[in-house]
Design a protein. Sequence first.
Length: 210
Amino acid sequence: MVHLTRIYTRLGDAGTTRLADGAAVAKTDPRIRAEGAINEACAHLGLAHELAGAALARGDETPGLDDVARILGRLLPEFFDVGGDFATPLGGGDGPAGRALARRRIGREWVDRLEADCDGLNSRLLPLDSFLLPGGGILAAELHVATAVIRRAERTVWAVADRDGLARAGGVNPWVPRYLNRASDLGFLLARTATAPGKEVLWRAEPPAA
């Protein structure tokens, strides 16, 4: 159980922060930038979840919208766990918080769930004959934003893995970037599912202006 009795601590005023294992690092460290990208992705998913709930509440009958809301509701706590895993370098976890997070590592079953969601959504969507542009309604557009942020989070996680290594002490759990990779695929499919039929915005090559 986490008890937050005060939000500000002044401990980061010198430009450093702490990982879940207690290690002090600069706020400009690549691992902190990646952690911030994961948090940002989670925030966008949270906004999408609120938009989906509001759409359902007003009687939006877009096919699959209930699945979008359900999946987003599961992804929110999962992304929090992904951030906790990434904030605990492998082999870390000396403090109480670090030990608790180290016991909740992301694994194959997390990625398998995402792939099952992707397969389920994709089976009900029409094939695309062009690239898809962001749009198709506020919820769909926000899911496209969330997808772009998840992809950035994956890239920044790989930058840390390149520096610190995968599957070794002090490094990155290899299932974290795999999870983010599948989550970005799922975000794209959620955006398509949240788009009302016939409202997808497809890219078309335009002739040069005269």
